[in-house]
Design a binder for this molecule. Structure first.
Ligand code: MN
Length: 317
């Protein structure tokens, strides 16, 4: 399956049709848990660049729920990226980080060989929680790095006409985020005012996708509302976005990730046996994942391994 259609006239490539990737509803922490919509990995498309996981949640009314309560759990081989539109999340990790994140700020945790963390709605909080949780797969050269955590409260923000762009990671609209990535990657929030229209410059060597965080938008000729992820493909130089009412979009992109990976529970690995070892290291409480202090609740147990061997997969199913 190719994302290009060759143009026989000029020998160039033209972008393929866009794909609307439907999200799956998931309850974090069981059926009565915190409701999210997961668009990555998707049945048709497991990744966009190195972005391998995308959960969108909210707006949640915190008068009606406990909000986020995700107890200590491990990660390997990936970076976690947290971005909020409303509310607060308190992050704790096994490096001793204790960080409150608010809208406009970025939390990026590099698991490398192993880390554990918890995420919760703090006791003191504003009434609504709304955000996204993403993972970025680490390439072979970086996947065994020592773990690290960074909070970026001062990201580049560019306003041009009715479009305000915040660069979460990578470079976009002439600005570069301080967040560290290990593959050519971009993440940006696009906030559009009522009636705004803009043609975004894209890199033909990147593949891209757009998610509506808030409000609806027109993307080229397609309508995008919160829920599904709109895959734009690669080979594009531009995409046009327009809105009739204020809206916010999340742009994800990157160089297509060509390594085959195994994603299971909270781990990214290269084969079944690595996952077995990671699971055992967490279950046995080895020093690999350290310890999270201060969270009011038990660590999350790893689910049982599937009966069949996990198969490494590429970015396309
Ligand atoms: Mn996590």
């Amino acid at each position: 399956m190719s994302s290009f259609e060759a143009d026989p006239e000029v020998g160039l490539t033209a972008p393929a049709a866009m794909e609307l990737l439907e999200g799956a509803p998931v309850a974090l922490g069981g059926p009565r848990g915190f409701a999210v919509t997961r668009t990555l990995p998707n049945r048709q498309r497991r990744m966009v660049g190195a972005w391998c996981f995308l959960d969108a949640y909210g707006p949640h009314d915190l008068d009606l729920s406990d909000g986020m309560r995700v107890g200590p759990h491990p990660h390997t081989g990936l970076q976690t990226v947290t971005w909020l539109l409303a509310g607060e999340v308190l992050h704790r990790d096994s490096l001793g980080s204790l960080q409150l994140i608010r809208p406009g700020q970025l939390n990026i945790m590099t698991a490398g060989r192993g880390i554990s963390h918890s995420e919760e709605t703090p006791a003191e909080h504003t009434p609504v929680l709304h955000g996204v949780q993403l993972w970025v797969a680490l390439p072979h050269a970086a996947r065994d790095l020592p773990p690290a955590f960074a909070h970026h409260a001062d990201l580049p923000v560019i306003t041009e006409g009715g479009l305000t762009t915040t660069v979460l990671i990578g470079s976009f609209a002439g600005a570069t985020s301080p967040a560290r990535s290990h593959t050519p990657l971009v993440g940006a929030e696009l906030a559009l005012t009522q009636g705004a229209e803009s043609t975004l410059s894209l890199r033909p060597d990147f593949e891209y996708a757009l998610l509506a965080l808030d409000g609806a938008a027109t993307v080229d000729d397609a309508t995008l509302k919160p829920g599904p992820l709109l895959y734009l493909g690669s080979g594009r130089e531009t995409v046009r976005v327009a809105t009739e009412s204020p809206s916010r979009l999340l742009l994800l992109g990157g160089e297509p990730f060509e390594e085959r990976i195994v994603m299971w529970w909270n781990f990214v690995a290269r084969d079944h046996d690595e996952i077995v070892q990671m699971r055992a290291d967490w279950s046995d409480g080895t020093p690999r994942f350290g310890e999270v202090h201060g969270y009011d609740g038990p660590p999350l147990p790893a689910p049982p391994m599937p009966i069949t061997r996990l198969v490494p997969r590429g970015r396309i199913r």
